[in-house]
Design a protein around this ligand. Structure first.
Ligand SMILES: [Zn+2]
Length: 146
C-alpha cells in the first residue's frame, strides 16, 4: 500500500509541541484517522510523520495500536541492543541502531493524567524510535558508523 507519510527532512526535524490535557482526545482521533489505513506492515507513526505538530504517537504494542501523548523517557537500562531498523519516512533503508533494552516513560492521558509505562526489547525500540521522531531526530542521524 502506498503510504502518505512525510519524507521531507526539514518537516521531520521539527520538534513536537506538548498537547494540553484537554486536547489529547482530539489529537488521538486525528492521529488515528491519519494512520488507520496505513497500518499494514507498520509498527508506529509519530505525529510529525502525518503532518501533525502535537506531541503524539501511535505504536503497535502487544498486538494493539496504542496512543501516547507527551511521552518522555525517564529511565533507560544499562543494557543496549544493536539491530537493523527501518523508518517509514526513509523508505527501503535499514540502519544499524543501538537502543536501550528497557525504558520507562512518562506519558499523559486524558483520564489519568501523567502515568508511567515500561517497555522491553523490540517494543522499547519502537517507543524510542517514535519519541526520537517527536524530538526531530531520524535514524539516519543515529546509526553506527561501522
Ligand atoms: Zn520512523
Amino acid at each position: 500500500m502506498k503510504r502518505r507519510v512525510v519524507k521531507n527532512k526539514k518537516a521531520l526535524a521539527q520538534k513536537a509541541i506538548i498537547v494540553p490535557r484537554n486536547k489529547i482526545g482530539v489529537a488521538f482521533t486525528r492521529l488515528l484517522t491519519k494512520t488507520i489505513h496505513q497500518r499494514k506492515g507498520a509498527v508506529g507513526f509519530a505525529g510529525n510523520q502525518v503532518g501533525m505538530t502535537e506531541h503524539v504517537f501511535t505504536a503497535l504494542i502487544k498486538g494493539k495500536w496504542q496512543f501516547y501523548a507527551n511521552a518522555k523517557i525517564i529511565h533507560k537500562s544499562d543494557e543496549k541492543v544493536t539491530l537493523g531498523e527501518g523508518c517509514l519516512s526513509i523508505p527501503n533503508k535499514v540502519f544499524k541502531i543501538t537502543r536501550y533494552n528497557h525504558i520507562t516513560i512518562e506519558h499523559e492521558t486524558k483520564e489519568a493524567g501523567v502515568i508511567t509505562a515500561d517497555f522491553f526489547g523490540y517494543e522499547a525500540r519502537i517507543i524510542q524510535h517514535e519519541i526520537d521522531h517527536l524530538n526531530g531526530i531520524l535514524i539516519e542521524e543515529l546509526h553506527d558508523n561501522g
